[in-house]
Design a protein around this ligand. Structure first.
Ligand code: CA
Length: 220
């Protein structure tokens, strides 16, 4: 999944980015409010993590603008320890969740997984099709009782399709959601990842429509 992380505290920002990257997400970082607003308006994120106290433009006014423009991406705000009024204002401005600093990284990651599942309408984090089971919390993928080893990119492609079941996803959409902004985006490599996934998980899980894209069917 593609995530925008808007946070100006460098050490915290690095920690969060590292944790999200380890979970297989592509993370763009904005260190000030103007960049954050611009990235949020122009790139297709699956989640935005937004610090309320940002230089050049505060997070709250950015969030209000996004919502006014109809941007419906889930936003998790980061607030200061004693900022209870920030939380209220943030939720009223259209935030989906919040974390108070300092926080445990595991909790932030869990909240992000919940927001991603909620967005995809998926209540159950464990996903089964035929003999393939994918745990969206851990990425653990099992076929016919055996754990399937996936590369980070294969796992990212599979996770995006699993979060968007029943919908045809084009190669360019996939590459926009698995690579970072300055990432080496080549939508031809998507076909390679899909071919490898079909080899590892069987030919039936991911349907391919030539020229249009890929789809995992809705829950039966
Ligand atoms: Ca800050």
């Amino acid at each position: 999944m593609r995530i925008l992380l808007a946070e100006d505290e460098l050490a915290l920002c690095d920690q969060i980015k590292q944790a999200l990257t380890a979970e297989g997400h592509a993370v763009d970082v904005a260190g000030d409010g103007l960049d954050a607003a611009h990235f949020g308006e122009t790139e297709p994120y699956d989640i935005i993590i937004l610090d309320i106290g940002l230089p050049t433009r505060d997070g709250l006014s950015i969030l209000k603008d996004w919502r006014r423009q109809g941007l419906d991406v889930p936003v998790l705000i980061l607030t200061a320890r004693d900022g209870w009024s920030e939380k209220v204002d943030g939720l009223d401005a259209g935030a989906d969740d919040y974390m108070t600093k300092p926080f445990h990284m595991a909790e932030l990651l869990a909240r992000i997984r919940v927001l991603l599942r909620r967005r995809s309408g998926r209540v159950n984090p464990v996903f089964t099709r035929g003999d393939v089971t994918i745990d969206l919390r851990t990425g653990r993928t099992v076929r016919a009782g055996m754990i399937v080893e996936l590369t980070q990119q294969e796992a990212a492609v599979l996770s995006y399709l699993a979060h968007n079941t029943g919908r045809m996803v084009s190669r360019s959409e996939l590459s926009e959601h698995i690579y970072e902004y300055d990432g080496d985006r080549d939508s031809n490599t998507i076909a390679v990842f899909i071919a490898r996934l079909r080899k590892k998980l069987g030919p039936d899980l991911i349907a391919t429509t030539r020229g249009r894209g890929y789809m995992i069917a809705e829950d039966p």
